[in-house]
Design a protein around this ligand. Structure first.
Ligand code: ASP
Ligand code: MG
Length: 411
């Protein structure tokens, strides 16, 4: 007998029919002798609908009252799912985040979970009940309702699994697992049988939007085996786990592409101490996050300084740089918001030499110019012209042997 935490996302509970199907699936697991704790999202579209209501009153709504509003979406689904279970003769109990006591900090709209009181859940499980918990929400020390940020139900599920020391945390969603790359770009993309927490974190922050990043961090910290599965089709999904649990190592697990980037360059800045902070200080002060940074070797006492920011921050960054240009007496400011970042990710990079040259040669064979490069222990990213996004991803996917028919599975 195992203790399983399951999470069902918005599309999985998007209608009464689907809620009934979720109830049936839970019962299947229950019948196999497992204990079940289930976290659910709001019905699909509901959180957006609630945000739109708030926006109709006040643009850009934030804070405490927004959390009171948004938390209602999940309260609907926990009640309906519990009713569906009880109707089928399976005792269930629904709880809001505050009722289980998912204690969070007081950062409204993006709170972090501090503690979960598992006693109530355990005593319900001991009585044979299925416990259904509202995702995405908690309560702070003073009893204020908080929410965990968009996609936060994933984190609720993982936190429950960690607190209860569950055998597995299953995330049911509308895709059947984590893929080697976006199947909309490469039709030969494959579902990965398993991937490490580290790789998943890199892939998520580089643009693969399968799980809330916080949930993967949480799973890694508490070593919770995490499985992404489809609620619409049968299959093993993708297991996200620690390196020790993955048998066969591949060089590269995934290729990601991110369109949200823009590049800015300050040309001819003095090559002397304090210049980097003079450039990036005002950018940071404006709350703009900087991603890749390159400073060239100086010549004639001056150098060029290039970095990337989120595309939404492009115009503001250009304004700031034009001011910095005057302050530093730099030669010119240049910018380009038609660039993308393409990355290869894999823990295999640590033990395989030549990944970077393989990547660069695949791109050069397609005549794709690399504008910037950055690396970490398990990833190499390049900036290329936006029009080459698909071509870059496709050629890398095939160069690293990830295409469907060339490769067997990854565990
Ligand atoms: N309902 C919330 C959202 O749409 C939380 C979640 O689904 O994970 O972001
Ligand atoms: Mg979600």
């Amino acid at each position: 007998m195992a203790l399983i935490v399951q999470k069902y996302g918005g599309t999985s509970v998007g209608s009464i029919e689907r809620i009934n199907a979720v109830a049936d699936r839970i019962i299947e697991y229950k019948e196999q002798g497992n204990d079940l704790v289930v976290a659910v999202s709001a019905m699909s579209g509901e959180t957006n609908r609630l945000i739109a209501l708030a926006e109709a009153i006040k643009p850009n709504p934030k804070g405490r009252e927004l959390d009171v509003l948004l938390s209602t979406g999940e309260q609907v689904t926990i009640a309906l799912l519990s009713m569906a279970l009880e109707t089928r003769g399976y005792p269930a109990r629904s709880y809001t985040g505050g009722q289980v006591r998912i204690l969070t900090d007081s950062m409204h709209n993006k709170a972090r979970i501090l503690n979960i009181d598992e006693d109530k859940i355990k005593s319900d499980l001991a009585k044979g009940r299925v416990v259904v918990v509202a995702g995405f929400q908690g309560v702070d020390e003073d009893g204020n309702i908080t929410t965990l940020g968009r996609g936060g139900s994933d984190t609720t599920a993982v936190a429950l699994a960690a607190a209860l020391k569950a055998d597995e945390c299953q995330i049911y969603t509308d895709v059947d697992g984590v893929y080697t790359t976006d199947p909309r770009i490469v039709s030969k993309a494959r579902r990965l049988e398993a991937v490490t927490y580290e790789e998943m974190l890199e892939m998520s922050s580089l643009g693969a939007k399968v799980l809330q990043i916080r949930s993967v961090e949480f799973a890694q910290k508490y070593n919770v085996p995490l499985r992404v599965l489809s609620s619409f089709q049968e299959g093993e999904g993708t297991l996200i786990t620690s390196e020790d649990n993955i048998m066969e190592q591949v060089q590269i697990s995934g290729i990601t592409a991110n369109r949200d980037e823009a590049k800015v360059t300050l040309l001819g800045v003095p090559d002397k101490p304090g210049v980097a902070v003079a450039i990036l200080g005002p950018v940071a002060d404006a709350g703009i996050e900087v991603d890749m940074i390159i400073q060239n070797v100086g010549a004639d006492g001056t150098t060029d300084f290039t970095f990337t920011v989120h595309r939404n921050d492009y115009n503001q960054t250009m304004e700031i740089l034009n001011q910095v240009k005057k302050d530093l007496n730099a030669r010119a400011v240049e910018g380009d918001d038609k660039i993308v970042k393409v990355s290869v990710v894999g823990i295999g990079m640590r033990s395989h030499a030549g990944i970077a040259s393989k990547m660069f040669s695949a791109l050069s064979e397609e005549g794709i110019n690399i504008q910037m490069i950055s690396t970490s222990e398990i990833k190499i990213s390049v900036v290329v012209e936006e029009k080459y996004l698909e071509l870059s991803v496709r050629s890398l996917h095939s160069a690293f042997g990830l295409d469907e028919e060339e490769n067997t599975v990854n565990t």
